[in-house]
Design a protein around this ligand. Structure first.
Ligand code: ADP
Ligand code: MG
Length: 608
């Protein structure tokens, strides 16, 4: 039965019009959404040259009749809405009837399609939106659309495409969103004939783990709340794994990925005071709501969605996430009755068994009043927990005693010899600033930024003198990354190696760290490397020199002493000496002030 109709001009004009195709990834997004709308249970995407040369999307969905297949290439031809009212109760991704004609206008497109109850299918080809040919053919039920030579007839647009690496990262992002929104559908992606993603139908948790690596399984805490207005379900990361970089953040509403800065704030607020400022939790949150309470029509690429009751939903999300974090995180530290601990489903039977990662504080003694001790054994401790503990104490208004905080050594100072005329710290305040007095007056130094400057200069000096020493690790560390990150990793591997990392690709997105740059001993190497990849993805730079600088900065940022770490007088003095030995001590490499000065005149002025 034919089901596609042309929308009447009045309905068509009410739809936010827009350019749907800006790059290969947007073609994939549109085609994959059509496949999902067609009820496919399996969707395969193959690309060549990051989609410039070929994008092929094959599905086993409902297919189209011959007449529908031809009509689908006309503008405003859709089977999904009939009248303007339908816009307010959308159950499908598509509704504009714009994607196929827009894609056909800027590429060479062929489509093969066959409905489930028909013996013959149809093969259609269109070149730059013209010369539509159709002929009967024999093919499996479902639809295969091939898009060749994207923008071949619009050279100006073709020039706007970025490197294959960047375009492919965008494609991976679309694939991640679609496959997280629909874990019940099998997805595969291949690039240049090589399989990059292969996802079997599953529940949401194993799907997240399949995409982002096995480690996610220990990180995810379930969120679940149902109110008459909305249902919010999914997962957030635990406190240990909520990091400044490397976090994955996804909202879906009724099976559609969306960006929502306001709801993002709700999640951050739920974590407020529990993780270090600037750190970011990962989250995968699925919102289900009556379709007439949202408007997906506001933006042509449809990732922004308007809600009628934003404030109410904000509160629901924030309360639900808070509850999860409270239930799963705070309880074990204040309640020693572990028998009642909520059961976190950490093993689903599907994923292979991996050695569990032990993450606990071996020195934590709830009855200890003072006497930290055990400083040596703390090197292995996950760094983050220190800050969390500090913050938790800070939150509840307790005084933090130096002894109560697991102590980290600022490793790289131990070798420095203090010179007699080196600047001397007066004291540390707020656990983040170092005060010192010099001839000009009072100087307040930000300890984290100071250390970033010192480490950055040290890393760059090692690279420039080709002396980047790699410290071999006795026990190589292995971790897995998502296919997207792995692509970036492969591009950056030579740079990482010139900084002193010794890395091996273990296949399947696994990377072994066999050696690290001198100065990084005892740090969380995975966090540092993932931070570097993420920073690069957000801000890719073309030339080798800026790449190295960006990576060195990222590395310095994640390994520098954080705010919140208490320093001994000796450590402060060594830090100050190293800082003032730098050629540009007053600024971080990205231009932030490292210290501020209060001159005697300034002070006098305040006292008038
Ligand atoms: P929209 O998705 O907004 O309706 P499109 O231009 O993307 O517009 O598609 C036009 C029509 O073609 C759809 O409404 C649908 O009926 C049909 N169609 C497109 N892709 C497929 C597919 N993979 N399987 C079945 N039908 C499809
Ligand atoms: Mg569509």
């Amino acid at each position: 039965m034919d089901s596609i109709q042309l929308l009447s001009p009045s309905v068509a004009n009410q739809i936010a019009a827009g350019e749907v195709v800006s790059r290969p990834a947007s073609v994939i997004k549109e085609l994959v959404e059509n496949s999902i709308d067609a009820g496919a249970t399996s969707i395969a995407v193959d690309v060549t040259d990051a989609g410039r040369t070929l994008i092929r999307v094959s599905d086993n969905g409902c297919g189209m009749s011959q007449a529908d297949a031809v009509l689908s290439f006309s503008r405003h031809a859709t089977s999904k809405i009939r009248q303007a009212d339908d816009l307010f109760s959308l159950h499908t991704f598509g509704f504009r009837g714009e994607a196929l004609p827009s894609i056909a206008a800027i590429a060479q497109v062929t489509m093969q399609t066959c409905t489930r109850d028909s013996d013959t299918g149809v093969r259609i080809s269109v070149d730059g939106g013209e010369d539509l040919q159709s002929e009967p053919c024999v093919c499996d039920p479902g639809t295969v659309i091939s898009v060749r030579n994207l923008f071949y007839n619009v050279p100006a647009r073709r020039k706007f495409l970025k490197s294959n690496q960047t375009e492919f990262t965008h494609i991976m992002t679309e694939m991640e969103r679609a496959s997280l929104a629909h874990p019940e559908i099998a997805f595969s992606l291949s690039h240049q004939g090589q399989q990059v993603l292969q996802l079997a139908p599953s529940a949401i948790r194993p799907r997240i783990v399949a995409i982002f690596g096995k480690k996610m399984n220990q990180v995810l805490l379930p969120v679940e709340v149902e109110t008459p207005l909305v249902r919010v379900s999914g997962f957030v990361s635990n406190l240990e794994n909520s990091r400044a970089r490397g976090s994955q953040q996804f909202f879906f509403v009724n099976g559609r990925f969306m960006k929502h800065p306001y709801f993002h704030k709700a999640v951050l607020q739920a974590f407020d005071g529990l993780i270090q400022q600037g750190d970011q939790p990962s989250y995968f949150l699925f919102i289900e709501i009556a379709p007439d309470l949202i408007d997906v029509n506001i933006h042509p690429t449809k990732t922004e969605i308007k809600f009628q009751d934003e404030q109410v939903i904000f509160k629901i999300i924030m309360a639900a996430v808070r509850e999860t974090v409270g239930k799963f995180e705070e309880m074990p530290t204040i309640d020693f009755n572990v028998a009642d601990m909520p059961d976190i489903p950490a093993f689903d039977g599907r994923s292979p068994v991996s050695q569990p990662k032990v993450e606990y504080n071996p020195d934590f003694n709830p009855f200890r009043q003072s006497g930290g001790g055990g400083a040596n054994s703390r090197v292995e401790m996950p760094k983050r927990s220190t800050d969390d503990w500090t913050l938790l104490y800070g939150e509840s208004g307790h005084q933090v005693k130096e002894d109560d905080i697991p102590y980290q050594t600022a490793g790289d100072f131990t070798g420095t010899v203090l010179e007699p005329d080196a600047p001397k710290a007066l004291c540390q305040i707020m656990q983040r600033y170092i005060l010192l007095e010099d001839h000009a007056g009072l100087r307040v130094v930000d300890q984290h930024r100071a250390h970033v400057r010192v480490l950055f200069d040290q890393f760059m000096e090692q690279v420039q003198s080709h002396a980047a020493v790699s410290q071999g690790l006795l026990f190589p560390e292995m971790f897995c990354m998502s296919p997207t990150d792995f692509q970036t990793f492969q591009t950056l591997k030579p740079r990482l190696e010139s900084l002193g990392f010794d890395l091996s690709d273990m296949g399947q997105g696994a990377v072994a760290v066999q050696g690290i740059p001198a100065g990084l001993e005892g740090h969380d190497y995975e966090n540092i490397i993932m931070g570097m990849l993420r920073d690069w993805t957000e801000n890719p730079c073309a030339d080798e020199d800026s790449q190295l600088r960006a990576l060195a900065l990222s590395m310095a940022r994640s390994s520098a002493i954080p705010a919140g770490q208490i320093l001994s007088a000796d450590e402060m003095n060594r830090l100050l000496q190293s800082l003032f030995a730098c050629s540009l001590p007053s600024r971080t490499p990205d231009g932030h002030s490292v210290f501020i000065d209060l001159s005697q005149a300034d002070l006098a002025k305040r006292f008038t």
